[in-house]
Design a protein around this ligand. Sequence first.
Ligand code: ATP
Length: 239
Amino acid sequence: MPALEVSGVTYSYDGFVTVLEEVGFTVDAGEIVGLLGPNGSGKSTLIKTVFDLLRLQSGTIAVGGHEHASPAAKSVAMYLASNDYLPQFLTGREYIEMLGRLYGVAVEHTAADRLFETFSMAGRYDDLIEDYSHGMRKKTQLVSALLMRRPLTIIDETLNGIDIEALHRTEKELARLRAEGRSVILCTHDFALLERLADRVLFLDHGVLVTDASTDSVIDEHGSLSAMVFGHLDAEPRP
Ligand SMILES: Nc1ncnc2c1ncn2[C@@H]1O[C@H](COP(=O)(O)OP(=O)(O)OP(=O)(O)O)[C@@H](O)[C@H]1O
């Protein structure tokens, strides 16, 4: 059962300009997939459509085999947004507990507290999120995903802005999710990270999926992910 199946998704905010055009791809269980694309290429629109934050206008999306707008689909997937908005009036513990109740996960708070330590936030689990720095909020998002362990996690630029130690730890943890058969989509411009971690890459340009290929095959053909992306951008006339 694929973790995510997107087919024929077209989207327009205003009915005139098409922001996604017939986008289709599949993410298998146990795959880490990189989602690449210039600013404005439609990555966030695509992710918001998957999570039913934007109403689907055409095409189909299934999450873990469930119609994407159904409660079943929403319970198997988690979205880490690119912003650091978290409820300020909760402590880290209360926030993680709230997510656990939403997803039906019994949170092991000792493990959560240990993850806070691992991510250089020792002793801060019971502090108000209001007092967390930007980097701490991003790391709290990551810790929550590692505790919820959903079959599909989509991470939109959340890794930008965390320190190298946390990044190193996150890479290991994401590889563990994959080994457990869970899937991750990483939306990032960090080519080196994707070369280390991603099994496959999707490259979106002007709302069109121009590349859907294994990372190894892209590197074999172009030498590197960046060479593939920059080669495409140089070859295409830009508006
Ligand atoms: N709420 C909105 N109303 C109208 N147009 C929008 C809205 N949100 C995004 N757009 C437009 O849709 C297009 C795709 O935007 P989107 O945010 O999906 O791209 P992106 O690839 O995520 O960009 P970035 O890398 O900058 O986050 C852009 O032209 C953007 O201006």
